[in-house]
Design a protein around this ligand. Structure first.
Ligand code: DC
Length: 217
């Protein structure tokens, strides 16, 4: 038996993280930003002098990942995002990180998990699934504003290029992580404020919750 699992998927800088945190606060559920797992693997691999194209080394790091590593500020940098998307293409890395995510998603009375493949691979049973997206330019602008707080020399064009590369890596192959579940609701936040996007997500989740409660009888 699982609680009320809310899967929030979408591309880089779509606003899914903010929406997930706000949904968690609304319902009082724990929130897992699954991207942090891949970021933490990438960061530790780099710190140990490893190579981001080394699947065996990346998998070994994933096996010994400590959840405390998700709290490190280093996992929130631009370099960590890039490293994450490189180690995330390795199937064994994804397999190792899967159990932790599934256990989290099953927490009672509910949990919010955000990522790329939560509604499809991690928690296909989730009663509420939102796929958050926004145009490439809007996402680049949001990420740029975030990263400017860490490094004011970063240019918008560099971040736009990063986002394009990340999107390509997340979607290019048949087994790429990012996919919208057939029962997910698409939420395009390009023209929305943070509050507007959260409100739209909340309505989607409330509808799903009513259906879920009804199914429990
Ligand atoms: O959401 P984010 O920017 O923190 O994600 C960093 C990278 O991690 C992203 O480019 C792809 C990968 N990722 C993934 O493959 N599956 C997830 N569920 C979450 C993130």
């Amino acid at each position: 038996m699982s609680g009320f699992t809310i899967a929030v998927d979408g591309p880089a800088a779509s606003g899914k993280g903010t929406i997930a945190v706000k949904l968690g606060a609304l319902y009082g559920y724990p929130v897992l930003d699954s991207g942090l797992l891949y970021r933490a693997v990438g960061v530790r691999l780099l710190e140990s002098g490893g190579d981001l194209s080394d699947e065996v080394a990346a998998t070994a790091v994933a096996r010994t990942l400590d959840p405390a590593e998700l709290e490190r500020p280093e996992v929130r940098t631009r370099a960590a995002g890039e490293a994450a998307s490189r180690v995330a293409i390795f199937t064994p890395v994804r397999q190792v990180l899967r159990e932790f995510q599934i256990a989290f998603a099953r927490r009672e009375p509910g949990a919010v998990v955000d990522g790329r493949d939560i509604g499809t691979v991690i928690a296909p049973w989730a009663p509420a699934k939102v796929f958050v997206t926004a145009s490439t330019e809007v996402r680049a602008e949001r990420r740029w504003k975030q990263l400017l707080l860490q490094d004011e020399t970063i240019s918008f064009d560099d971040i736009l290029a990063d986002i394009r590369v990340r999107d390509h890596r997340d979607t290019a192959r048949a087994d790429s992580p990012m996919a919208m579940a057939s029962d997910a609701v698409l939420l395009d936040t390009s023209e929305m404020t943070i509050d507007g996007a959260f409100d739209a997500a909340r309505r989607i989740v409330e509808t799903a919750r009513a259906r879920w409660e009804q199914s429990l009888g």
